[in-house]
Ligand binder design. Sequence first.
Ligand code: DC
Length: 209
Amino acid sequence: MIIAIDGPAASGKGTLAKRLAAHYGLPHLDTGLLYRAVALTLLDQGRPLTDEGAALAAAKALDLSRFDEARLRGAAMGEAASVVSAFQPVRDALLDLQRRFAAQPGGAVLDGRDIGTVVCPGAEAKLFVTASAEERARRRHRELMEREGAADYEAILADIRRRDERDASRQVAPLRPAPDAVLLDTTALDADGAFRAALAVVERVRSRM
Ligand code: DC
């Protein structure tokens, strides 16, 4: 069974994906890390994020195991990833890797922006996870405070709104729910409530398989 989880920045899709993967004993790929790693490669090379050729070369040579995950997950890298992810050749270069991951025997859980629409349109279970921009900013703020000891709520909210706008309005693979995705709004749910709701969706799919 392939479980595709899409949604905007800080919607909680990553946590949900991880918990669903653990529950079903499936491998999990956070596809945002791929775009973050491409962006980090450019920054480490001292190149601008708008250098499409360098971004493509980084995507083609990508080996996620070479990156420090804490660095990839930093707030600045999310914004940078959003820029390089708008290049179609970069997305194409990362497509094969994602599809191979999804094709593992037994299935997989992938989360991102275009898993249900582009990477795995045939996924058995598709969830589109959302929450209000303010609630997502509150969650991200809490997370950064715990991890880094400092965070600016207004800056986080502005970053989330900017990324929503860029990810949803880009020409290639824009952020949007697949027609057959189940929408899950977690604004009023805590992590356990969101997990129970997601599990119910997947269990419904499994009962029909
Ligand atoms: O999920 P995330 O915050 O780690 O993603 C970082 C950026 O990468 C996001 O703003 C857009 C891009 N991205 C994408 O375009 N497609 C994906 N499948 C995953 C992420």
